[in-house]
Design a protein around this ligand. Structure first.
Ligand code: SAM
Length: 364
């Protein structure tokens, strides 16, 4: 769904995910070079376990010093307008919770916080006098030089009142992959550390029920694939469950039941480019998120909205509209500034790009 790709100024590219087959090589004949890495039979493992190890295990992709921003751009890196919009959302959430009269300070929890870039931008954008308690939830260690107010933690804090925000977190919660065999039976896809794949056991139990409900595959022609989003549903439900009051927002490239990609979306990213997904720690391993399934996972929410980033940012005052031409003659410097801002906003809200991302908003 997200067609744009490529870095700006030689930097890392946006993580654009194709909707088609991932192009990964099938495993060759037995004996064609199993490598160390898998914990399963002869180095074979399900994609969930393999990606978990490759991304977050010792020497894992996301624990490397360069961080995600060394490999691709998210909305956070694309423009400071994104952090300013999140600051606005935080202030609105504060108002909804009754403001400083009812709540001496508001919590801001960024899950999958990268190197704290979003928190840094939000703190800079907030007006003086707003009391905020910021948390960065990350598997990677606290980045040097981060604002001392930020509490850096491995798990989301519980009982928070405020805004829980997760930009491009859920796509990096590892999932298993299913593929139909020639009889139309969905089977787990197994992978080796070199990226070779083979079909394993039929998908069973809770995973099979998840597929049936959210991404039906059974009976389809051979080679149809789905990512089994159950771990993401659970991760999201747990994140929403940490809120004592406020709003939880997950932002990601997403699909819904009406339009699941027929061959799945598993992909790899490294150094600003899309690469073959190989679970050896050399690249990001990601797949679009079934955000409608995540939306149904939390036990109790007061309200749910699923909208595009374009719609969500428009509500927060970010649009790609060009400034009025009259400004060019009245105040040329202001016009140039406004034009640059409009360019950044256009990237955040673009069709076929970041603007198509899903925003799942749930109020507690
Ligand atoms: C694609 S990056 C996004 C970083 C940042 N939110 C942004 O938008 O630029 C995903 C981040 O989520 C982190 N992450 C993934 N699973 C996590 C978990 N269960 N708990 C904390 N952090 C996690 C990864 O380490 C990585 O830094």
């Amino acid at each position: 769904m997200h067609g744009g790709r490529g870095g700006h100024g030689g930097g890392p590219g946006e993580r654009a995910r194709p909707g088609g087959p991932d192009g990964g090589d099938r495993a060759g004949e037995a004996g064609d070079g199993d490598r160390a890495g898998g914990t399963g039979d002869g180095g074979w493992d399900g994609w969930r376990a393999a990606a978990e190890r490759a991304l977050y295990g010792p020497g894992g992709f996301y624990l490397r010093p360069e961080g995600p921003a060394g490999h691709f751009r998210t909305s956070v890196h694309a423009s400071p307008l994104f952090a300013r919009a999140v600051a606005r959302l935080l202030l609105r959430t504060y108002e909804d919770l009754g403001g400083p009269e009812r709540l001496p300070r508001i919590d801001l929890v960024d899950i999958g916080a990268g190197r704290g870039e979003l928190l840094t931008g939000v703190l800079a954008a907030l007006p003086d006098g707003v009391e905020v308690r910021p948390y960065g939830v990350e598997k990677a260690p606290r980045p040097p030089g981060l604002d001392r107010r930020v509490e850096w933690c491995a798990e989301p804090p519980r009982g928070v009142r405020g805004l829980v925000f997760a930009n491009e977190w859920l796509d990096n919660v590892p999932v298993d992959v299913a593929e139909t065999d020639p009889s139309g039976v969905p089977r787990y896809v197994e992978v080796r550390a070199d990226g070779g794949e083979r079909l394993g056991a039929p998908v069973a139990g809770a995973d099979a029920r998840w597929l049936e409900r959210w991404w039906p595959l059974a009976g389809l022609p051979a080679g149809r694939r789905a990512e089994i989003g159950r771990p993401r549903d659970a991760a999201w439900a747990a994140a929403v469950g940490t809120l004592a009051g406020g709003l939880a927002v997950a932002v990601d490239y997403a699909h819904t039941l009406a339009a699941r990609p027929p061959f799945g979306t598993l992909s790899g990213f490294a150094g600003g480019r899309e690469v073959r997904p190989v679970p050896d720690g050399s690249c990001d391993i990601t797949a679009h998120v079934a955000l409608d399934a995540c939306a149904a996972a939390p036990a109790a929410v007061a309200a749910t909205e699923l909208l595009t980033q374009r719609e969500a940012l428009a509500r927060l005052g970010v649009s790609g509209a060009r400034p009025p031409l009259a400004l060019a003659s009245a105040d040329p410097a202001a016009y140039v500034r406004a034009l640059a801002g409009a360019g950044e906003a256009a990237e955040l809200t673009s069709r076929g790009g970041l603007g198509d991302f899903g925003w799942l908003q749930q109020r507690v």
